[in-house]
Write a protein that binds this ligand. Sequence first.
Ligand code: SF4
Ligand SMILES: [Zn+2]
Length: 140
Amino acid sequence: MDERFAERMRDREVIKDTRLLGDFTAIYCRGRHKDAARASLASEGAELGVYGNRPPVVCEQCAELLRYAEKRRAFCPKDPKPFCSNCDTHCYRPDMREYMRDVMRYAGPRSMLHGHAIDGIRHLIEGRKHKKERHRTEGA
Ligand code: SF4
Ligand SMILES: [Zn+2]
């Protein structure tokens, strides 16, 4: 495993964001991939204990997304990091970006029922703020 990745995965903010992505993706997977076989995520992040003793339970397609997202989050150049959906230098591959956008759209509002009230609300508020700012800039 890449030492730099392992080191980034010890950062508190990286851990928090990665867990959130895991939880959101698990909510999405349960709702959208109902018939798929699911298992605890096998990833480098999971090996490092980023998800504690409760790695997200997802299908193989969603596991692929999470393995990819772990790397993006670990090496994110933004500090402070915005929500990826509001990022002006989006680093995701277009197909993964679309996939993650779907996950967020589906799981964001539902996450409030799954112990993520604060994260769900933050997501909503930041998304709205960003839309307003973009509107103002484009209108200027
Ligand atoms: S999309 Fe932007 S905020 Fe998200 S990981 Fe990539 S650079 Fe960081
Ligand atoms: Zn899935």
